[in-house]
Design a protein around this ligand. Structure first.
Ligand SMILES: Cc1cc2nc3c(=O)[nH]c(=O)nc-3n(C[C@H](O)[C@H](O)[C@H](O)COP(=O)(O)OP(=O)(O)OC[C@H]3O[C@@H](n4cnc5c(N)ncnc54)[C@H](O)[C@@H]3O)c2cc1C
Length: 419
């Protein structure tokens, strides 16, 4: 654990793609010392849960991410750097002549296509290891339990606890001018509006892994699974279930409950419609070939998957009718922010931070008669899937920008205002 008297320019919470992005950018701005805290430092959810998932972004974008800032380029390059903050040179960039860099596995793939996320996860782990060894970064395996803002000095006191326990004992305080939350999100799993005692939850993270899915379902007898949703994750789950049924578990039957037609990302002139919410890559191709009204009836998929279309508001009746007798259900209906550390002021007032998607800053309610008015929350920032940028496309559609390279682009744009 860190020394309680330690004081940092920034404490960054989270070792996923967003935390890696933020630490790389702070270092590029020569902004240190940085205390980097994560429960496990194992690449966040991409490595923990989605190694077997096909990416929805092109390989080239993962390479762009891994070479976007000078500290990354130094890690990626196999050439020892001459001085710490030298300008990027040929040896920091792609591959040094005759000497492959640490991105060879990604470089060997087809650049304009997607890949298995294990490749992206390995790249994150490589950067994590490199950043943890970079002078100016102290990587601490711990959990941030709570943080207190001194409204006078504008400094944060941040408490670290054991990475696994939720006990508030043995808290180690550190002090920092900035607290940057890259805390991540998890699948939504709200209770269904019906009670069917024989129906069990199948965790979305499990259903996204063909290996775990097979381990869970194959030993059972005839099994039925309902998939709720039409998101990118829903399609991946349907693919996994279908592949399991057609290979090792022919007694598996799947019901697909969807409220709307499939929505695809579409290339427009210089921009992408539904860039963050539409189906892309392998999931889009599989859905087009097997799940559309004109392809599903003749697809082999229809032997195992039956579709139940319903309208918003008709959930209760639809579930009552179609989930009776079903063994498991998976909800693939989006992701929500993971709980964040408790935040308060030194006078004991609880802080409910309100995020600004434009610049990664937060605001909070004032005290006394200013209670209604939101004011800038000093030194607190956010990035990543939990705290994304809001983007408006040329047709006026609003989306949240989620993805490695999107985090990178946004953090690069706003970091000047954080420091
Ligand atoms: C199924 C799926 C597929 C995706 N595919 C792609 C893709 O192909 N390409 C792409 O670019 N993006 C993809 N994404 C989007 C995005 O890149 C990932 O969601 C990514 O994991 C988000 O990174 P993150 O750092 O914001 O969050 P996470 O990966 O969840 O990392 C958050 C980290 O913070 C830690 N943490 C949280 N709170 C605390 C605390 N109090 N103390 C200590 N540690 C804490 C957690 O343990 C975790 O390690 C995908 C997302 C999903 C869900």
């Amino acid at each position: 654990m860190s020394n309680p008297t330690d004081s940092y320019e920034a404490v960054v919470i989270g070792g996923g793609a967003a935390g890696v992005t933020v630490v790389g950018n702070l270092l590029e701005q020569k902004f240190e010392p940085i205390l980097w805290v994560d429960n496990a430092f194992n690449g966040g959810r991409i490595n923990r849960c989605y190694r077997e998932v096909p990416s929805n972004t092109k390989v080239a974008l993962f390479i762009d991410f891994a070479t976007a800032v000078a500290p990354f380029r130094k890690i990626v390059s196999n050439t020892p750097s001459r001085s710490r903050w030298e300008e990027p040179s040929e040896s920091d960039g792609v591959s040094v002549s005759g000497k492959p860099d640490k991105l060879q596995a990604l470089r060997n793939l087809e650049q304009a296509k997607g890949c298995q996320l294990s490749h992206a996860a390995d790249m994150l782990l490589m950067l994590t290891e490199g950043l943890a060894k970079t002078p100016g970064v102290i990587a601490q395996k711990a959990r941030v339990s709570d943080a207190t803002l001194d409204e006078g000095t504008k400094k944060w006191t941040i408490n670290l606890t054991s990475p696994v326990s939720s006990e508030q004992t043995d808290r180690v305080p550190v002090s920092a001018n900035r607290l940057i939350m890259c805390t991540g999100s998890s699948p939504n799993n709200s209770p269904l509006p019906v009670e069917i005692p024989s129906l069990h939850v199948l965790d979305l993270d499990c259903a996204l892994s063909p290996t775990l899915l097979s381990t869970t379902l194959t030993p059972l007898g005839p099994t039925s699974v309902a998939v709720i949703g039409a998101s990118h994750s829903a399609i991946l789950v349907l693919m996994n279930l279908y592949n399991l049924a057609r290979t090792s578990k022919p007694d598996l039957r799947i019901k697909w409950l969807t409220r709307h037609p499939l929505r695809y990302a579409e290339q427009r002139d210089g921009w992408i419609l539904r860039d963050n919410t539409g189906l892309k890559g392998a999931a889009a191709e599989w859905a087009r070939n097997n799940l559309e009204p004109d392809t599903m009836p003749t697809s082999d998929v229809a032997k195992y998957v039956s579709k139940v279309a319903y309208t918003s508001g008709a959930e209760k009746e639809t579930y009552e009718q179609h989930l009776q007798g079903v063994d498991f259900y998976v909800q693939a209906i989006g992701y929500s922010r993971d709980p964040i550390p408790t935040l308060k002021t030194s006078s004991g007032r609880e802080i409910e931070p309100v995020f600004d998607h434009e610049n990664g800053h937060f605001s909070y309610a004032g005290e006394g008669k200013d209670q209604q008015a939101l004011q800038k929350l000093p030194g607190l920032f956010g990035a990543g899937i939990a705290w994304p940028a809001r983007v408006v496309d040329p047709e006026g559609n609003v989306e949240y920008a989620v993805g490695f390279f999107k985090f990178m682009k946004h953090v690069k744009k706003v970091i000047g205002s954080w420091i």
